[in-house]
Design a protein around this ligand. Structure first.
Ligand code: ADP
Ligand code: ZN
Ligand code: ZN
Length: 736
């Protein structure tokens, strides 16, 4: 028996050595309770067993071995190590995102520490017989909130976990008393059994694509399915999924944002029944933990639909990972560590399991497209929508010309105004897209130029009229909207620019008869609120939907025939090297939401710069991709180099500047001209902390592993200077 164990704790620190007591049975991958620091007992994971005592001090003993089997398999440990190494953080930081919170319990002392035991879940059941037409009618008018809650339970099949019912205890009690609902308890049980199902019959184009994917996967790890929106990519996935499940293998279906998957999960449940498991951060800690432990003790053959954190579940034999909407930037965790990209980590996970990976998108990322061009990925293309629906016409509307001709009214050009009027006339629907929430991004004084700014961040405050407040979109600081300039005391503050709230107001003024809904971070505050808005629009209870990028994702509305992009310019305005790729993907994604079998859709893009090269070739994927790739190559950007952004943060600006200059010099000594900066980012102060950035560019031909190791060493060296120790240093690998 080994005498010592290196144990990973959920901290930004390396593994620590603990002593294995006499008679204690412990295996690699086991969860254990250990004392760390004066007042903390943590759950840790045994990483290595050995006989070497620690160099300094004596090793504390393991307090307790938890659970009856290891929490991690050998393979999961390799995966955590890869994430930590590639994204330059500690394995402990990976542990933080990888394990559900309850399973990694923490306490102040040994007595208070308790191991997770599965709890039954409280659920609310609808009494269908009592929810009659009469009752519905009355409730709709008198108690709309309760009515909506009951509808939500009904839509979920008559039962919902308590925490997903958006009612307070009193309202729920009243509904119980009225005999409309009952409270109950139930076990969530992972059920990986499924019977052979009837899959949709594929069209000729789809069958051909399926065959090409299979061919590609016969000798390659990854295949890219490049299919326009509504070409039936999902149908193709289902065939690949069934194949794997019927062999008893696990399947993981990754989606960028779980709130957007209701339609997808329903479709998959329709085909694969209860074997479909959904895993994401909106589940309760108890549910997540139960899923994790259930899966630990189940055989393989699980089908998981999940957000990126589902990569860390204990798969036994993963056969296939599907990454849907692979271009989506929300696959990347921006905060905190590990700042990993779910798509790229999925490919690594598939490699470890010797599984296959399918990436799907209507607008593949330049990275994935380049991997196809170089022969690394298999590739297949679907250029037509299922059922012969035509791709929409894209109209570029010149804002400057509209202003000159006096044809622009309240942020709307004539092309869009006419288009909306026509759709309202025909009882069709319209989506209006503006990528800013709130009323206006800033308020300015016309006499002295003053504008309200956040006291903690170097940004202007956005006006939110409904809330009556000016809000910082970086830290949440807010104050009442002021009407007169506090600087010169005479000017009347004017809203500058416009967000979704102001678009909604303008629509009400221009088209008073239209019914309008708004979908953005202020209205879709929960997934229930999101579903409510989407549901109402899908049932055609509104004519116009105004929204931020959230409207561009995964939605399918039969009656939408016009999409307006109110300001194409601010999509392109950001100074980062991906601005053009993003704007283009965004427009194409939004465009994919319009049109139907009998009627071609239309997309109107308003811009002050209609001659921008992006618009000339917008519908021609290969053309735009080739042009952008050539530019990336010429100027040294991904996928031709790998970029690590090093952000340094501190409340002490002077110290920060000194430290960043020193790190810059150290890195330049090792990497030469591959180092850029230090520079101040556009927003150089957030939450009271100053920020400085350094950029490291490594050619794909050189060893990235070596570069990362050097970077780690140099940062560690900087930290040996005492006064720099409190500066926060963050590495972001493969920035998006
Ligand atoms: P994508 O994932 O490429 O955006 P979907 O798979 O959502 O496209 O397909 C778009 C629509 O066409 C859906 O309503 C889907 O049910 C329908 N569809 C696609 N392929 C088929 C098929 N082979 N049989 C029946 N319906 C199909
Ligand atoms: Zn003023
Ligand atoms: Zn702020």
């Amino acid at each position: 028996m080994s005498r010592f164990a290196d144990i990973v704790l959920p901290l930004a620190q390396p593994a620590y050595t603990f002593a294995v007591g006499e008679g204690v049975q412990v295996r690699v991958g086991d969860a254990v309770a250990v004392q760390f620091g004066k007042n903390a007992v943590y759950t840790g994971v045994v990483w290595r067993l050995h006989d070497t005592p620690p160099a300094k001090g004596t090793a504390k003993p393991i307090l307790k071995v938890l659970y009856d089997k290891p929490l991690l398999s050998e393979l999961q440990m390799r995966f955590w190590e890869w994430v930590a190494d590639y994204y330059i953080c500690s394995v402990g930081e990976v542990m933080r995102v990888a394990l559900p919170s309850i399973i990694k319990a923490k306490a102040r002392c040994e007595e208070e520490f308790s191991e997770y035991t599965p709890k039954r879940e409280v659920v609310v059941l609808l009494v269908a017989e009592a929810f009659t037409e009469d009752v519905r009618e009355k409730m709709m008018r008198r108690a709309p909130k309760r009515y909506e809650a009951l509808c939500a339970i009904e839509n979920a099949g008559g039962v919902l976990p308590r925490h997903l019912v958006e009612l307070d205890a009193a309202a729920l009690k009243a509904l119980c008393k009225a005999g409309l609902v009952e409270m109950g308890e139930r076990d969530y049980k992972l059920n990986s059994e499924w019977s052979k199902t009837l899959l949709p019959k594929l069209s000729d184009a789809q069958s051909k694509a399926l065959k090409e994917i299979r061919n590609g996967l016969s000798d390659k790890r990854v295949a890219l399915l490049h299919g326009v929106t509504s070409s039936g990519k999902t149908e193709i996935y289902t065939h690949l999924i069934e194949e794997r499940l019927s062999r008893g293998e696990d399947v993981l279906f990754l989606v960028p944002e779980i709130s957007l998957t209701t339609q997808l999960v329903e479709r998959m449940r329709g085909l694969f029944g209860e074997s479909v498991t959904v895993y994401h951060s909106k589940l309760t800690p108890n549910q997540r933990t139960k899923l994790y432990t259930d899966m630990l003790s189940s055989e393989s053959g699980n089908f998981v639909i999940g957000a990126r954190s589902a990569l860390f579940l204990p798969y036994k034999k993963l056969g296939l990972v599907v990454v849907d909407e692979e271009h989506d930037s929300s696959y990347k965790q921006t905060e905190p560590n590990p700042r990993y990209n779910g798509r790229d980590a999925a490919i690594m996970l598939a490699t470890l399991h010797n599984a296959k990976c399918v990436l799907g998108s209507a607008t593949p990322s330049l990275e994935s497209f380049a991997n196809y061009l170089s022969g690394k990925y298999g590739y297949t293309r679907l250029t037509e929508r299922y059922g012969g629906v035509e791709m929409p016409e894209i109209v570029i509307s010149d804002t400057v010309r509209n202003v000159k001709r006096n044809e622009r009214k309240l942020h709307f050009n004539k092309e869009l105004l006419d288009g909306i009027a026509e759709r309202l006339e025909n009882n069709e629907q319209v989506i209006l897209f503006q990528n800013r929430r709130g009323y206006s991004p800033y308020m300015e004084c016309p006499s002295c130029g003053w504008s309200a700014r956040c006291p903690h961040c170097n940004v202007t405050l956005s006006a939110h009229q409904q809330k009556g407040r000016m809000i910082c979109h970086y830290c949440g600081y807010n104050e009442p909207i002021q009407h007169y300039c506090p600087n010169c005391k005479t000017g009347e503050l004017r809203p500058m620019g416009f967000g979704t709230e102001r678009v909604e107001e303008a629509v009400a003024e221009l088209f008073p008869e239209a019914r309008v809904l708004r979908l953005d971070g202020d209205t879709a505050t929960s997934s229930a609120a999101y579903n409510r808005i989407i549901g109402a629009f899908a049932r055609h209870e509104a004519d116009i939907l105004v929204g931020t990028q959230i409207v561009s994702k995964g939605l399918d509305f039969a009656d939408v025939t016009l999409i307006g992009i109110l300001n194409g310019d601010n999509l392109l305005a950001s100074p980062d090297f991906r601005a053009e790729e993003r704007a283009w993907q965004m427009i194409m994604q939004v465009a994919g939401r319009s049109g139907r079998r009998d009627k071609r859709g239309e997309v109107v893009v308003q811009t002050a710069e209609p001659t921008h090269s992006i618009y000339a070739t917008i519908g021609d994927y290969d053309g735009v991709a080739t042009k952008l790739l050539a530019e990336r190559k010429q100027f040294g950007y991904p996928p031709f180099v790998r970029i690590v952004k090093v952000t340094m943060r501190s409340t002490n600006q002077k110290l920060l500047v000194d430290a960043s200059l020193q790190l810059g010099e150290q890195l330049r000594n090792r990497f030469g001209r591959r180092v850029l900066g230090p520079v101040s980012p556009l927003i150089d102060r957030v939450r009271g902390e100053w920020r400085v950035e350094l950029m490291l560019k490594v050619e794909v031909e050189s060893s990235f592993a070596k570069a990362r190791a050097i970077l780690r060493d140099e940062i560690a060296l900087l930290r040996t200077t005492k006064e720099f120790r409190n500066i926060t240093i963050i590495c972001d690998v493969d920035i998006l």
